[in-house]
Design a protein around this ligand. Structure first.
Ligand code: ADP
Ligand code: MG
Length: 159
């Protein structure tokens, strides 16, 4: 578990995760699931991640387009937001399984809305509001693979 007290600290967790992802093997796709209520900080974390790897623009939730792709540091990053997805069949319309290529890193907001996505996740992060303050958030990590465990370890241990 990790706790942040500001959006900037959440962006820093994203940056740490981004650096860990770049050091991870590109021999397989990597899927990161982000869950948590509206405004919890899923997009903020992904923005911190992508910008730490050199993206200069603003990162927004692809709520309507569902997917946004970024080419950074020689890797492809796909940012998905499944909030508007009605069922798992729409996931295939989106070409979800075609995204899962070696070297691709898939970052998914609202992954829990579609069970097959959650089961594909190497690492799931749940972001929760903490009652003590408007700007406090708790981060719960759950690894779905050995790679996910390594990623969680490096995010939790780096400062
Ligand atoms: P989500 O994608 O989960 O719906 P966003 O990242 O778009 O959420 O929005 C989070 C909002 O909460 C932003 O306006 C951000 O500035 C604010 N915020 C306040 N405290 C935090 C924190 N500790 N971590 C992340 N965001 C925070
Ligand atoms: Mg969002």
């Amino acid at each position: 578990m990790l706790r942040t007290d500001s959006a900037a600290e959440t962006r820093e967790i994203g940056a740490r995760l981004g650096r860990a992802l770049l050091s991870a093997s590109a021999a397989q796709p990597i899927v990161i699931a982000l869950n948590g209520d509206l405004g919890a900080g899923k997009t903020t974390l992904i923005g911190g991640l992508l910008q730490a790897l050199g993206y200069q623009g603003t990162v927004k939730s692809p709520t309507y387009t569902l997917i946004e792709t970024y080419e950074l540091a020689g890797r492809e990053f796909c940012h998905l937001d499944l909030y508007r997805l009605n069922d798992a069949s729409e996931l295939e319309t989106l070409g979800f399984h075609d995204l899962l290529q070696a070297g691709t890193i898939v970052l998914i907001e609202w992954a829990e809305r579609v069970a097959p996505v959650l089961s594909a996740a190497d690492l799931s992060l749940r972001i929760e509001y903490v009652e003590t303050s408007d700007t406090a958030r708790a981060f719960l990590f759950r690894a779905g693979s050995e790679l996910g465990q390594e990623l969680a370890h490096s995010v939790l241990s780096s400062r």
